[in-house]
Design a protein around this ligand. Structure first.
Ligand SMILES: Cc1ncc(COP(=O)(O)O)c(C=O)c1O
Length: 415
């Protein structure tokens, strides 16, 4: 049995423990385990956004002269080392769903003789919708390969499915439900050997798992900045395009921010030769500035150190599951091998929704994923080992008290 003092000792030895102070905490008794949905607010964010608001008030349209227009590339360049990319190959713009659409459509156009897309059925629904609509528009099909509900999608399953009808393989590196990690280098090689392009969704890995997109030869990638990067609600997403493809592939939303010379107001679209061609319209400056605050603190901590702590946090959570939760009706819905899981641990239970509401009433915020999964997002920059111990203890206690049986109502809205 792991006791609370052991968790406290892990905190004492944690080289990242000072980083918790870099985030705003208004209720010290609340244990926040949903940073994989919406990360906490970095302390610097409000000041930076307020300064930009003041600039807007004072300088009006002249504020654009402060190079706001370059922010999508500047903030993208700051994020680049987290995903093993060169600064010139990343941009922050639009939402993950929109970026996925732009890059997947560009990939389909680059393989005009092929019409199918491969993914797996457990991929994030927004990705499935986008990929399905693109495969249909192209006259092909979205092929969802077999996957295991805990271990996710295997490289062999992709290898068996991919053939010369497949233009694109698009997967998430970390499964949003189980937290399993896909074999990015191997799947990328398999897709390339079959002549397909690859597009990875890094939403649940960026900022918590180091990725080397350049070394793996990844063609395209997208991901959220509001989860482990703590960029703020609705923060714009990033996109990565391999330098070999930037001047070759053409994205479908041809707006003025993708033009080679946008202020020439040329009636004819001429795409920029570099990453700018994946821009569309005016960037959300205030949100980009907030996103930059979250990215900067992550880069400062270092993603290798973050991953090390993340594996220790999830290992503690799995040990606590064995100690305190397995006997209370929960099943572990995440791989046991720390190297094969990302930053969250999922528990399944037939009454997961009501239990997640009861946890919130007991000062622990997890999230619920229908039909029966509770995700515990252990964001390493501000989650301590003691938080993990206390949260499991509160959960075990509320189960013993049957507090969840007194919760009324059904699942509604964001949870
Ligand atoms: C894996 C994954 N992909 C895509 C999205 C959608 O992101 P957005 O709403 O910014 O388009 C999410 C949102 O949580 C996600 O988890």
């Amino acid at each position: 049995m792991i006791n609370r003092e052991q968790a406290q000792a892990l905190d004492q030895a944690d080289p990242l423990r000072e980083f918790a102070d870099r985030f705003v905490v208004t209720d010290p008794n609340l244990i926040y385990l949903d940073g994989n949905s919406l990360g906490r607010q970095p302390r610097t964010a409000a000041g930076l956004v307020t300064a930009a608001m003041d600039r807007w008030a004072d300088e009006l349209v002249g504020a654009w002269r402060s190079k706001w227009i370059d922010l999508p590339r500047q903030v993208g360049a700051a994020l680049a080392p987290l995903v093993g990319a060169d600064p010139a190959d990343v941009m922050i713009t639009d939402q993950t769903t929109v970026n996925l659409y732009k890059l997947a459509a560009a990939a389909m156009t680059a393989r005009p003789e092929r019409h199918d897309i491969i993914t797996h059925a457990g991929n994030f629904p927004s990705d499935l919708y986008v990929l399905n609509s693109l495969a249909m528009t192209s006259g092909g099909a979205l092929r969802a390969v077999e996957h295991d509900s805990i271990d996710g999608v295997g490289a062999d399953a992709i290898g068996h499915a991919v053939d010369n009808h497949v233009a694109l393989v698009s997967l998430s590196l970390v499964d949003f439900r189980s937290g399993s990690i896909a074999d990015l280098p191997r799947i990328t090689d398999i897709a390339h050997e079959a002549g397909a392009l690859v597009l990875w969704d890094l939403s649940h890995s960026v900022g918590v798992i180091p990725t080397d997109l350049r070394a793996a030869g990844v063609d395209l990638a997208v991901g959220c900045t509001y989860k482990y990067l703590n960029g703020g609600p609705g923060a714009p997403a990033f996109l990565y395009v391999s330098p070999d493809l930037q001047a070759e592939i053409v994205q479908p939303i041809q707006g003025w921010f993708g033009h080679e010379d946008m202020f020439a107001f040329d009636p004819a679209y001429r795409p920029a030769a570099d990453i700018r061609r994946f821009g569309v319209g005016t960037p959300p400056i205030l949100s980009l500035i907030a996103a930059g605050a979250g990215i900067d603190v992550t880069v400062e901590a270092g993603v290798a150190a973050i991953r090390e702590k993340s594996m220790a946090l999830t290992s503690l959570q799995v040990d606590l599951f064995d100690d305190q939760l397995a006997t209370r009706g929960f099943e572990l819905a995440t791989p046991r091998d720390p190297a094969k899981r990302g930053g969250h641990v999922s528990l399944s239970h037939p009454d997961a929704y009501r239990i997640s509401r009861a946890m919130i009433e007991h000062g622990v915020i997890p999230d619920f994923r229908a039909p029966n999964v509770i995700r515990l997002g252990l964001s390493p920059l501000y989650t301590s080992f003691t938080h993990v111990w206390d949260a499991s203890h509160r959960l075990a206690t509320l189960m013993d008290e049957e507090a969840h049986t007194r919760i009324e109502g059904d699942r509604t809205g964001v949870s």
